[in-house]
Design a protein around this ligand. Structure first.
Ligand SMILES: Nc1nc2c(ncn2[C@@H]2O[C@H](COP(=O)(O)OP(=O)(O)O)[C@@H](O)[C@H]2O)c(=O)[nH]1
Ligand SMILES: [Mg+2]
Length: 473
């Protein structure tokens, strides 16, 4: 799987790995090679372009973490971008409905639908303890229904008895009724395919979907066909509400173009990968693992992750020391914003501070735009280090410079300043009350109003409307 792509990328990163320092030129040269490797892997051009742009920007902008080399860090950045490209978190089947859940498999003839239906039946039975019923709706090919019956026999999964002369819709309805009456959890519908995407095939699928309202409609496509697989997926998506993709013949796919383009181009997750003709050759598709296989550098990725965790730890300790002194400057605010972004919730500090429940709720409810956090970070990044440590330096003139530098407005800069002030004031209050020990008292004193609660309000209610004022970056 992905052997040739893996080899190519391996060569690129081999050159970077040991280097003590990397210039922007080094990064750009490496990215040119990654670009060629992806194009040779038959990844869609637009996908390659976005990927390279993103990785280049991140690699050039990245602060190198202590105790790893820049080359190692670039590997990690590419790894993370690959994971995102492949879909981020693994997405299983959505079967959490009143049984039976209907899962329909669609695709072109020869893509591997029937084999995959058999494999999926076995997978759900053995790995998830589901009671599964298989049904073939393929009345176009004479032996198709028999093929599925045999697969069911081999895997020990029940198949719907074959009744000659029924239409696909009739079979589908019979399968669903039988499943309901006999207590099956899942019905897998194997459908007919054609050599190309055509109107009759699409109409048949739509009719089956209407009759059985499936929880999942999975497109089965041959990974070996590369970008064609992506085009087929787009064509099917236009006709039926596809919920995901199963890539077959991944065992023979050295290039990986279909896997890498599918998610970005079709906006549909790859849910499974079929890796052979045997009936257990089906894997849940996990972007992290697949990216790991493509890069083959799990050791480096792990190393950088551990180093980053250590830095976060050190940051947290530095912050705790400052807090104990009742200080809170823009650097502290920035590290909080970074954490909020990274964790998709409020950072360690915020978790420690009373009155922040509202802010947390605002974050959780999505009222705080993640991009907004990024733009606030940009404001701070446009300050000099001195300004970050000494907020009182920020004169009107400096604010204008910062707004320009960060592509925002002076009002936006003022908002960030206000937030820093609120936090700094809260820290002072906290110190007056006896540092961390006074925390409990403070909870009572604040009672959800003033101080940090204002920041909560700012995050939740006042900032989002201002978001429009930030220029798109
Ligand atoms: N190597 C390999 N062959 C596969 C895979 N999935 C299916 N096949 C083969 O592809 C051929 C067509 O499969 P079939 O399930 O009948 O396709 P359908 O027309 O879409 O139902 C069969 O010979 C399968 O054994 C796979 O993941 N890897
Ligand atoms: Mg078939």
């Amino acid at each position: 799987m992905f052997d040739s792509l893996s080899d190519r990328l391996g060569q690129v990163f081999e050159k970077l790995r040991g280097r003590g320092a990397l210039t922007e030129l080094d990064v750009r040269a490496a990215m040119r090679e990654v670009r060629i490797a992806l194009l040779e892997a038959d990844v869609a051009l637009s996908v390659v372009k976005d990927f390279i742009d993103q990785v280049t920007a991140r690699a050039i902008g990245a602060e190198v973490i202590r105790s790893v080399t820049p080359g190692q860090q670039v590997v990690k950045i590419v790894n993370d971008a690959l994971v995102e490209l492949l879909g981020g978190d693994a997405e299983g089947l959505n079967l959490a409905v009143t049984p039976p859940a209907v899962v329909m498999l669609v695709g072109l003839q020869g893509s591997g639908k029937t084999t995959t239906t058999g494999k999926l039946g076995k997978f759900l039975t053995e790995r998830q303890g589901k009671k599964v019923l298989l049904a073939s709706l393929d009345v176009a090919r004479p032996a198709a229904q028999e093929q599925l019956r045999v697969l069911g026999e081999q895997t020990g999964v029940a198949t719907l008895p074959i009744v000659a002369g029924q239409t696909p819709v009739q079979i589908a309805e019979r399968a669903k009724t039988a499943a309901r009456l006999q207590g099956f959890d899942v019905v897998l519908l194997d459908t007919a395919g054609r050599l190309g995407v055509d109107a009759a095939l699409m109409a048949e699928m739509a009719a089956i979907a209407t009759a059985t309202s499936p929880q999942e409609i999975l497109l089965v496509v041959d990974a070996l066909t590369g970008q064609d697989a992506v085009n087929v997926a787009n064509a099917f998506k236009a006709e039926v509400p596809l919920t995901g993709v199963i890539l077959t013949r991944m065992d023979g796919d050295a290039r990986g173009g279909a896997a890498l383009s599918m998610r970005a181009v079709t906006q549909r997750p790859i849910k499974f990968a079929a890796t052979g003709e045997k009936l257990d050759a089906l894997e849940a598709f996990d972007p992290q693992r697949v990216a790991g296989r493509i890069l083959g550098m799990g050791d480096i990725v792990g190393l950088v992750e551990r180093a980053a965790a250590n830095v976060e730890q050190a940051d947290a300790e530095r912050l705790a020391a400052k807090l104990a002194k009742g200080q809170f400057d823009f650097e502290d605010l920035r590290s909080q914003l970074k954490q909020m972004k990274a964790m998709g919730g409020l950072g360690a500090l915020v978790g420690m501070i009373p009155g922040m429940g509202a802010a947390k709720k605002a974050m959780d409810s999505g009222a705080v735009d993640e991009k907004l956090l990024g733009r606030m970070e940009a404001v701070i990044l446009s300050m000099t280090l001195k300004e970050r440590a000494k907020p009182e330096l920020l004169t009107a003139k400096r604010k204008i410079r910062i707004a320009k530098g960060s592509g925002t407005t002076v009002q936006d800069v003022n908002k960030v300043i206000k937030m820093q002030l609120e936090m700094a004031n809260a820290m002072k209050k906290l110190r007056k009350m006896g540092g961390m020990k006074g925390m409990a008292k403070m909870i009572g004193a604040m009672g959800g109003g003033g101080g940090l609660a204002d920041m909560a309000g700012m995050l939740g209610a006042k900032l989002p409307p201002a978001a429009g004022k930030f220029n798109k970056r």
